[in-house]
Each structure stands twice: as structure tokens, then as C-alpha cells.
Ligand binder design. Structure first.
Ligand code: HSE
Length: 436
């Protein structure tokens, strides 16, 4: 990389919750940052939708720095900080910045989850860098530990609570017995959930992060659209209560695992986590990422996964690294996808299911149900029966069956066969059990 002489010119694209906190940190810590980098940072512009709009949170900023032209700003900085989010115009602005010889810091998981390889290749060809610690887990240092600290090890699996909104909703359901709708409304009132919560609730945000984690952890390329995804909309207060009765808590997990040289599986879905697992004690909107590596063993990274100031901490951390590299003319590690492992379908995963059934409370029912599991070679770990209360004029009992580990495909077939079984009135819910 060419050395930057004199101040390092910074262009910030986007001045919302995170962008405004990045600007505030740059202002508040200017002297310290200059010492850490070896040159001062000079804020040369902040791109916003409309420069006439009020700035968020009484940000004290010279308004002549504001511009509505993100693309032009991207081409007159040494380091471009992209915090606009979304695919376009963020992708074009980043490519313009790289084309003009700038390095990039971004928190844009949706963009990296779909177009990461294109951007990494462009940066590598231009001899510049793209850093994105804030894209997964907000303030939590997780990508750099995976890329650098664990570069000598073999990571086998990563389990992450990487979406604070869904963790908040599920936590309220667990601790207060709220139903999904009430918990979501509470999250919206407190500003954790967006007015349109689809990206969080349906697992799209977590799937983008799973793709980034899988790509880095397994030295391969996994795109967000290769991540199996289920949201939390089907989880009811009764599912959460039943989880508690068997010693579990419901979490939305992003799970990425390596199946030797066959490939990698990336999935996002509600999961029952045993109360004894460290991820079970991650409450509220916090995030945590649990990494399993051959030599290091198990590691957990925990902290604020969203919010202006925490996310700005990770962004400015990257900014310091990238600016230092420009001052001394060096480059950090780029994309490492040498293994080129295929992304495998979720059917090839091995997991455990908890299946809740309403069944007729009569002789032979349990035998019939267990035959369905046996026919698919799925071993049952526990069965719990709660007597029916005669509601709807039918004596229905609830059976909660937890399986041993089995191929996902066999478990799917068990769930389908149970839906056809005459003594089974309904399959209430089917949730995977993870972290065992
Ligand atoms: N909306 C995300 C969350 C934060 O709820 O965790 C940004 O990725």
C-alpha cells in the first residue's frame, strides 16, 4: 500500500445512530487517536441523505462538512467509513472508494453477506484494505480473533447469539411469560426492534452474520443466501414454557460448522439451549459468540451487539488499524478462502429435536409414537407426558419428546410421519436442541 503522508483523510458515509457516534469519538479522542496512529485523522466529509436535515443527537459538526454526494466523498478520502447500510448505494460507494485508492471500514453485514467476495477482491487488486469488525456482534471483538488470533488453529463450530432484537424478545418471553407479540411490542417501545422488524425477527440479519462468520472461520466463501434460515415468529409462550420444563431456554442461534473436507453448514433457527450452556445466560439485547476450535477448545465472546456507541467503538478500532497501515505502508490480512469448501444443505446437519405433540390419552399411543421414531432410526432421549385437561371436549395429553443426535433429514421425516399418525392430534412444535 502507498504510504499516506500528513493527516489521514476520513470520509464518513452515513450519519445515523452509528455514524454520529463515530464522528463524536473521532472528535473526543482526536489527540489519543493521532498518537496511536502516528498521524492525525482529518474528517473531510460526512455524507447524509439531505445536508439540510438536522443532525442526530445535537452532534456538534461544522455543517460545511456535510454532503449529499456519498460517491464523490468516497473518492476524496484515504479511509472511507461506510455506515449507510443496505446494498445500494453502499456497494457502489465502497467500490468507488476502493477504485480511488481508499481503504474501507464498514459495518454493513447485509452487503458483506451477499457481496463480500466482490469487495474483498476489488480491495486486494487495488492494494487497499476493507475491515468490518462491527458487522458481526457490534462492539464485540470476534472477527479479528477469528482471522488473526485463531489463525493457527482449526475452528470446527461457531454458535452465536448475533441478533439483539430477537434475544431481547425471547428473553422477555422466558423471564416474564409474555407471548411473542407482547414481547415484540415491548422491544419496539424500547427502541430495540425497528418499526418493520422483519430482518431481525425472520433471521435475515443473523443469516448475513452467519455467512460472514462461516467464511472467516472456515477459510471459504459462504453467502447469506446459502444460510438455512427460520425466524422466531412461530415461537409461543407455551413453547418457551415447555423448554423451561425440560431444562432449556429458547435462543435464536446462528450456527456454522465444518463437516471435515465435505463442506460447511450454516443455519439460523430457534434452538433450545441447555440452561448449563454459557449461551443460556445471555440476556436482554446482548450478543455472544461461542467458538469451538481444535486446539483452543471453547471460547466465548460477549457484549453489546448493537447501539450507536458500542458499534462505533468497533468501527473506530478498525479505523485506527487501517489508518496505521496507511501511515507505515503495510497491509493486514486479506480474504482467506483457500479451502473453497461447498456450503452443504441443512439436511446434512446432525442435530437433536424436541417435539411437542398433543396425543389421545389412551392405551398404545406411546408405543405408536415411539415406533415412528424407531422406523427412522432416531433414538429417544426423554419423554415427558402432561395429562390433558379435557378442553375442547377431548382428553388430549401433551407429549414432549427429546431425541438423541440424529441426521436432520431423519428428524424431518419423523416430524412428517407424526403429523400423519392417527393417535397424534397435532404436532405443536418442533425445535432443534443445540449446544450439547
Ligand atoms: N438489528 C440488529 C440486532 C443490530 O438486533 O442485533 C444490527 O445488526
Amino acid at each position: 500500500m502507498n504510504k499516506t503522508r500528513g493527516p489521514v483523510r476520513i470520509g464518513v458515509l452515513g450519519c445515523g445512530t452509528v455514524g454520529s457516534e463515530v464522528v463524536r469519538l473521532l472528535q473526543a479522542s482526536a489527540t489519543d487517536l493521532a498518537s496511536r496512529i502516528g498521524a492525525p485523522l482529518e474528517l473531510v466529509g460526512v455524507a447524509v441523505k439531505d445536508p439540510a436535515d438536522p443532525l442526530p443527537g445535537n452532534l456538534d459538526l461544522d455543517r460545511t462538512l456535510l454532503t449529499g454526494d456519498a460517491l464523490a466523498l468516497a473518492q476524496r478520502a484515504d479511509v472511507v467509513v461506510e455506515l449507510m447500510g443496505g446494498i445500494e448505494p453502499a456497494r457502489s460507494a465502497i467500490l468507488a472508494a476502493i477504485g480511488a485508492g481508499a481503504s474501507v471500514v464498514t459495518a454493513n453485514k447485509a452487503l458483506l453477506g451477499l457481496h463480500g467476495p466482490e469487495l474483498y477482491a476489488a480491495a486486494s487488486a487495488a492494494g487497499v484494505e476493507i475491515y468490518f469488525e462491527a458487522a458481526v456482534g457490534g462492539a464485540i471483538p470476534i472477527l479479528r480473533p477469528i482471522r488473526e488470533s485463531l489463525a493457527g488453529d482449526t475452528i470446527t463450530r461457531v454458535l452465536g447469539i448475533v441478533n439483539g432484537t430477537t434475544n431481547y424478545v425471547l428473553d422477555r418471553m422466558t423471564l416474564e411469560g409474555l407471548d411473542f407479540g407482547e414481547a415484540l411490542r415491548q422491544a419496539q417501545r424500547l427502541g430495540y426492534a425497528e418499526a418493520d422488524p422483519t430482518a431481525d425477527i425472520e433471521g435475515y440479519d443473523a443469516a448475513s452474520k452467519a455467512a460472514i462468520l462461516a467464511s472467516l472461520a472456515f477459510h471459504t466463501r459462504v453467502s447469506a443466501d446459502q444460510v438455512y434460515r427460520e425466524g422466531i415468529g412461530q415461537i409461543t409462550a407455551a413453547s418457551v414454557e415447555a423448554a423451561g420444563a425440560t431444562g432449556h431456554v429458547v435462543k435464536l442461534l446462528a450456527i456454522v460448522e465444518r463437516k471435515g473436507s465435505a463442506g460447511v453448514i450454516a443455519r439460523v433457527h430457534p434452538s433450545l439451549v441447555p440452561l448449563s450452556h454459557p449461551l443460556a445466560s445471555v440476556h436482554g439485547a446482548f450478543n455472544a459468540i461461542y467458538v469451538e476450535a481444535e486446539a483452543a477448545g471453547e471460547l466465548m465472546f460477549y457484549g453489546h451487539g448493537a447501539g450507536g456507541r458500542p458499534t462505533a467503538s468497533a468501527v473506530v478500532g478498525d479505523l485506527v488499524t487501517v489508518a496505521r497501515h496507511r501511515v507505515d505502508g503495510s497491509l493486514g490480512p486479506g480474504e482467506s478462502a483457500y479451502l473453497a469448501l461447498p456450503a452443504l444443505p441443512v439436511g446434512q446437519a446432525s442435530t437433536r429435536y424436541q417435539i411437542r405433540l398433543f396425543v389421545k390419552d389412551q392405551p398404545g399411543v406411546l408405543a405408536g409414537v415411539s415406533r415412528v421414531f424407531a422406523a427412522e432410526g432416531v433414538s429417544i432421549e426423554t419423554v415427558r407426558q402432561t395429562a390433558g385437561d379435557g378442553s375442547n371436549g377431548v382428553e388430549l395429553a401433551t407429549l414432549t419428546v427429546v431425541t438423541h443426535q440424529a441426521p436432520e433429514r431423519s428428524l424431518e421425516r419423523v416430524a412428517q410421519a407424526l403429523r400423519r399418525e392417527a393417535t397424534v392430534a397435532s404436532v405443536v412444535d418442533v425445535i432443534r436442541v443445540e449446544g450439547v
